[in-house]
Design a protein around this ligand. Structure first.
Ligand SMILES: CC(C)(COP(=O)(O)OP(=O)(O)OC[C@H]1O[C@@H](n2cnc3c(N)ncnc32)[C@H](O)[C@@H]1OP(=O)(O)O)[C@@H](O)C(=O)NCCC(=O)NCCS
Length: 224
């Protein structure tokens, strides 16, 4: 009975996500996401040196920003019910930092940063970061607050935070079909540095990675 209930919940989550992707990102994006589930996955590698000028965006909202503490994990899980609470605790235990943007006390935007070993769950791969690198991942804005540059607000704070600690570069990964994330990266002055992915057929898996030297690659994806 419990298993049956879990299967129903899984199916309804999957359906809900399918409709969300279809609604937010369109049929093309849905198709690539489905393809990604079967055989082919790739992400754009992006980077942004920390010695460049910080983004200059004024946001007319009373926003505050702080680091997620262990006592706030439950609140984070309420804001992100799609994320496993044990995973969040493990991230904090591993020394990853979560920058939390609040509006009138409620969480509206978050982003994680790691400076040592990172795992890219989507590709089931782990990487050791170079000295001076910060990996920014799992950035999220509450759907009703998207398009208000909240991510840039947080990113500017993170850039300053890590630059002042002596770090040299932000790195990250983006799904090519995720237009808001590509736009967001451009607004924070990231550029593409490579493509990373795999081709998987049953249990056989070929990893690939190639460099991108074209500084306008991100802009060209959507003709921006
Ligand atoms: C990607 C994401 C974090 C961007 O956050 P944000 O705070 O909305 O960022 P911005 O306000 O700078 O908007 C970025 C782009 O999103 C798009 N956008 C604008 N309004 C939007 C809305 N209501 N809903 C969705 N996307 C919107 C626009 O293309 C915008 O770029 P523009 O301002 O140049 O037009 C957010 O869309 C999100 O949480 N997405 C789901 C999680 C995700 O995909 N994370 C990225 C993993 S790499």
């Amino acid at each position: 009975m419990v298993r049956f209930k879990q299967s129903i919940e899984t199916c309804s989550r999957l359906l809900k996500r399918t409709f969300e992707v279809l609604h937010d990102e369109g049929a093309k994006s849905l198709w690539f996401k489905m393809l990604g589930e079967i055989v082919y996955r790739r992400l754009i590698l992006v980077e942004r040196p920390l010695d460049e000028t910080l983004p200059q965006i004024a946001i007319p909202l009373p926003l505050t920003i702080s680091l997620l503490s262990e006592t706030e994990v439950k609140e984070y899980a309420d804001y992100r019910p799609d994320v496993n609470i044990i995973e969040i605790k493990n991230r904090l235990k591993s020394g990853h930092l979560c920058f939390v943007v609040r509006l009138k006390g409620g969480i509206v935007n978050t982003g994680w940063a790691a400076t040592n070993r990172v795992s890219i769950d989507y590709l089931s791969r782990e990487f050791q970061l170079k000295d001076g690198d910060v990996y920014v991942y799992d950035v999220f804005t509450m759907p009703e607050h998207r398009g208000n540059s909240l991510s840039i607000f947080r990113m500017t704070h993170m850039l300053r935070y890590f630059r002042d600690l002596g770090y040299k570069r932000f790195v990250g990964t983006i799904l090519i079909e995720n237009k808001p994330a590509v736009r967001n990266a451009l607004k924070a002055d990231y550029h593409a540095s490579g493509i990373i992915g795999h081709v998987k057929i049953f249990s056989l898996k070929w990893n690939f990675q190639r460099e991108i030297r074209n500084s306008t690659f991100l802009k060209k994806i959507y003709g921006l």
